[in-house]
Design a protein around this ligand. Sequence first.
Ligand SMILES: NC(=O)c1ccc[n+]([C@@H]2O[C@H](COP(=O)([O-])OP(=O)(O)OC[C@H]3O[C@@H](n4cnc5c(N)ncnc54)[C@H](O)[C@@H]3O)[C@@H](O)[C@H]2O)c1
Length: 397
Amino acid sequence: MERIGIAVLGLGWMGQAHSRSALRIPSLFPDRAFTPELVVCADVEESRRRRAVDDFGFARAVEDWREAVAADDVDAVWVTAPNMLHIPMIEAACAAGKAVFSEKPIGGRPDQAVTAYRAAQAAGVATGVGYNYLWAPLVLHARDLIASGELGDITHYRGRFLSMYGSDELGLLTWRFLFDQAGYGVTSDILSHSVSLAQFLVGPIAEVVGMRETTIKQRPLPTGAASHYGRGRPEDPKGDVENEDFASMLCTFANGATGTFEVGRAIVGPESQNAFEIYGTKGALAWNLEELNELRLYRLGDDANTGYTTIFGGDRFPFHGAFVPGQANAIGFEDLVAIEDFSFLQSLATGTTFSPGFREAVDIVSVQQALIDSWESRTWERVRDLAGERSEGSAGS
Ligand SMILES: NC(=O)c1ccc[n+]([C@@H]2O[C@H](COP(=O)([O-])OP(=O)(O)OC[C@H]3O[C@@H](n4cnc5c(N)ncnc54)[C@H](O)[C@@H]3O)[C@@H](O)[C@H]2O)c1
């Protein structure tokens, strides 16, 4: 079995999630073609380097990520640091000939994802991107239902990611709110997830128009390492939020369907409502991360006016049985991360192409760029493939 040595750059929320995946994969997926090995973790925080070795079993931990990327015993690099560090990390990993799995959105500006894609192309290395919700077993089932024609022709898509992570005005001014560390705000952070789901399920988005707002304009400055959900005090000094808290978008898909999107991080009510509703000529589907183990299906052919049927997750759907047998026994957020990491590592070991990779990440930021353009022009904007490879209106194919 092929040994794959792993470097993780940044042991925060997602660095820890991916590291736990590497630890769990051997017991979850016995039929794999590789053995993952946590070789080196890089983090600027001393406490996280200590955790990497003591709690996660990394062979070593270093302060300088360049050292981790260059190590001879590393085959694949996980980029899990704040957005604006993605590109130098990815460029160095590509130059060293390492496979790269980067957390979304790849950089913080649309052009940066293109830079990463070109670096990987030039180096000929395998790539993956952390659009983990695409791996939810019931989302995979939704894609199968749509592809089999169960919903008829798709006429409308409604996507939203409404989160409360920035709804508290005392929530700390962490990297996500600063342009030089995050790039754009919710359009980079969570619209990217919504667009990835939409293009995965329904196909390329062709044209968009939209708006944005920064709801909470100032936040308390953090002292020391600040967590995503950290809270300051009313008397703490404050700094400016430099990117958008809310964005909405109307769109048309290349196949003629219409779409609406809303994303917000300063909304009160929805905790983590990453959701879609898909409407076709013969039926409809609805899914919401807050109820990850339930897919709702409406079929015209069923008894009229009985509403939606709930399909519970279970081991009859892809990957679910690796975690828990039977029906309606739930899986969770980190299980989706384990599925994507297993699938990426398996693709490396078997020499197959993984998707979503950097090419698909460019398809997503091409939509983001058209939306950003529409903020300025205040009109509809065509989605143009920022890599210049796809014909107009097919950037998600
Ligand atoms: N797919 C998802 O569902 C999902 C969820 C959360 C975050 N993300 C993405 O994951 C990435 C990281 O987000 P997070 O929430 O884990 O952030 P985080 O703030 O929790 O963790 C970032 C880590 O990077 C470390 N770091 C900062 N500068 C560094 C440097 N120069 N070298 C090495 N390490 C450094 C920090 O000390 C911290 O441990 C982002 O790109 C984000 O968009 C994805």
